[in-house]
Design a protein around this ligand. Structure first.
Ligand SMILES: *[C@@H]1O[C@H](CO)[C@@H](O)[C@H](O)[C@H]1NC(C)=O
Ligand SMILES: *[C@@H]1O[C@H](CO)[C@@H](O)[C@H](O)[C@H]1NC(C)=O
Ligand SMILES: *[C@@H]1O[C@H](CO)[C@@H](O)[C@H](O)[C@H]1NC(C)=O
Ligand SMILES: *[C@@H]1O[C@H](CO)[C@@H](O)[C@H](O)[C@H]1NC(C)=O
Ligand SMILES: *[C@@H]1O[C@H](CO)[C@@H](O)[C@H](O)[C@H]1NC(C)=O
Length: 399
């Protein structure tokens, strides 16, 4: 049981729907209901779109409404991929995964529009043509952890909450209406798809374009719910900021990690060497650096590590302890360029069963990724215009 849950955390996205970042020309050029054509939005902008984020079993789902009349969808919050999709009718039982919320039925929505193969919108993702309509197929993960969605690329109206107290509509958002989908083993029964918040052309962030002045922020709670904001900046006491480098993902520059009084310089402290990905649970570091970090940590923790519970092909072992040995963790600080992010114990170790807790760091030879355990209880703001990411320690359930 413990090892099954642990293994299922190995989800590692592979993105076939990546595209090049283009901040100035969002795909959705439609006028938004509260934004004047002749006005260049400056930060902070007056109305902020909001959506609820719900924590379920170490996954974060974003609640949105889609279509007219609106139907609720719950997509996993993914800063590591660009495409947004949700399961759609018809969805034969064998071709789709079970979801608690009712399926979205494009036939019942007056604002659903399919995208034709010849449309430039069809080119935002790697697409195919099916009877004149643009079709897609998005793949994530690999092996036993693979998941996918395929179906029709279409446009719809999304409805958000807002700081004005009234819902706001965003018309003509490109999304995938999935008729053939496979959930990852970690998904929750409430999940209906994925919300892509990456920097590529097809992502929700790029499609919102100037109406959010290139800004969004979220706060991942330990449990319960919080909000994601589109527009607005993260400010106030305790905020630290670091340069954002936009390529296929949101990259930051990791300079070192401190464990207690020991500072471990990062192997290649080059610019843009780690990307922020809410789609990945643990922080992934190069094998050798992780192994060094792990031994420094275990030397400072006066308890016997439990061996062999955190092994997975392609990754090094994760540092794990028996909860009953009551390990006391040292203070850990992530040194991004210009921003020291001090972690709390819940960012460092997670229970993987009633008996075992494991570190939120993992070593591997693929990407270097800042995972979501480490992001819990920080209000994290992305400012694409200013090319900055800000961290503010926060109790996210208060948002
Ligand atoms: C992204 O959009 C821009 C402008 O719309 C376009 O020039 C560019 O080719 C697009 N990139 C991809 C990979 O589709
Ligand atoms: C909008 O806000 C209400 C009240 O806080 C909440 O119940 C609802 O889930 C929110 N809707 C979305 C789409 O986030
Ligand atoms: C396009 O169709 C071909 C043939 O059916 C298939 O092999 C390929 O995976 C499809 N690509 C996409 C992006 O849907
Ligand atoms: C954890 O410690 C308890 C108490 O010492 C022991 O009963 C249990 O078997 C240990 N669990 C594992 C997985 O080592
Ligand atoms: C982890 O498990 C211990 C013992 O069951 C419990 O006291 C603690 O609250 C759990 N921590 C989390 C974050 O769930």
């Amino acid at each position: 049981m413990a090892s099954k849950k642990f293994l299922s955390y190995a989800l590692f996205p592979v993105f076939l729907c990546l595209s090049t970042f283009n901040p100035t020309k969002a795909q959705n050029s439609q006028k938004l209901p509260f934004y004047n054509d002749n006005e260049t939005p400056k930060s902070p902008i007056s109305i902020i779109y909001q959506a609820e984020i719900i924590s379920v079993d170490d996954i974060y789902l974003m609640h949105l409404s889609i279509g007219t009349p609106p139907v609720d969808i719950f997509g996993s919050v993914d800063t590591g991929s660009d495409c947004t999709w949700t399961q759609c009718e018809p969805c034969p039982e064998l071709d789709c995964f079970k979801q608690e919320p009712p399926l979205f039925d494009p036939k019942k929505s007056s604002t659903y529009n399919s995208i034709s193969c010849s449309s430039s919108q069809c080119a935002v993702v790697t697409s195919n043509c099916s009877e004149g309509d643009c079709s897609y197929s998005f793949l994530y993960g690999r092996g036993a952890y693979a998941s996918f969605s395929s179906g029709n690329l279409a446009t719809e109206t999304l409805t958000f909450n807002s700081t004005s107290g009234l819902p706001v509509e965003m018309p003509n958002v490109i999304f995938g209406c999935g008729h053939k989908n496979l959930a990852s083993p970690t998904s929750d029964s409430k999940q209906t798809g994925i919300i892509g918040l990456g920097p590529g052309n097809s992502s929700l962030i790029s499609q919102m374009g100037t109406s959010i002045a290139g800004k969004f922020s979220y706060c991942l709670p330990d449990q319960g719910s919080s909000k994601i904001n589109f527009g607005g900046i993260v400010a106030g006491a305790g905020v630290v900021s670091t340069p954002l480098i936009i390529r296929d993902h949101y990259y930051l520059s990791l300079e070192a990690i401190s464990v207690g009084n020991q500072r471990l310089e990062f192997v290649s402290s080059s610019t843009g060497n780690i990307f922020v990905d809410t789609g990945v649970l643990r922080t992934l570091l190069p094998l050798e650096y992780h192994s060094n970090l792990k031994s420094v940590m275990s030397n400072m923790i006066k308890a016997q590590p439990v061996k062999g519970v955190g092994a997975e092909p392609g990754f090094s072992d994760v540092l794990c302890y028996n909860i009953s040995s009551q390990p006391k963790f040292p203070e850990v600080t992530i040194h991004f360029r210009g921003a020291d992010v001090k972690l709390s114990p819940s960012n460092l170790f997670r229970n993987i069963s009633d008996e075992i807790m494991c570190s939120a760091f993992r070593g591997g030879n693929a990407n270097i990724v800042y995972g979501r355990i480490m992001q819990i209880n920080f209000l994290i703001g992305y400012d694409i215009e200013q090319a900055m990411v800000s961290f503010k320690p926060s109790r996210c359930t208060n948002y």
